[in-house]
Ligand binder design. Structure first.
Ligand SMILES: [Zn+2]
Length: 135
């Protein structure tokens, strides 16, 4: 395998094209400005892989985002239980809800972006040939 091309997980974290692992999936590397955080080129700038495979393709990212959110809530609940502990005798449940909602609100832009990446990686497989190609 070509050492210059990162693996699947690294490429997903860096939000690279699933086909070549080189081209960026998002126009902006950062989530700021928030209004443009979901801007994507129509095709991969390196290999030409189409990103929105069909009209309404991104609808399915809602399920990925939901799954990730549930996972985060469960992880937070376990962490909160270990650090603070749940009890019906005090306000710990409400403190947990406040912390959970705050953290999910802060993470939401990242969840939306990574959900699209994960969703596209499910449908588009890595093609070694296109990543070796010079553009
Ligand atoms: Zn590509």
């Amino acid at each position: 395998m070509n050492k210059e091309v990162p693996g699947r997980i690294i490429s997903m974290i860096k939000k690279k094209c699933p086909n070549c692992h080189i081209g960026d999936m998002y126009t902006n590397k950062s989530i700021f400005p928030l209004g443009k955080m979901m801007d994507m080129p129509e095709r991969c700038p390196h290999c030409g892989q189409k990103y929105e495979l069909e009209t309404g393709f991104w609808f399915g990212t809602g399920y990925i985002s939901y799954g990730l959110s549930v996972g985060i809530v469960i992880a937070l609940a376990v962490l909160f239980h270990l650090v603070y502990g749940f009890s019906w005798k005090d306000n710990s449940v409400f403190i947990f809800l406040g912390i959970m909602v705050s953290i999910l609100a802060i993470l939401q832009p990242y969840l939306m972006r990574i959900s699209r990446v994960i969703y596209l990686y499910i449908f588009v497989k890595y093609d070694k040939g296109t990543s070796l190609k010079k553009c």
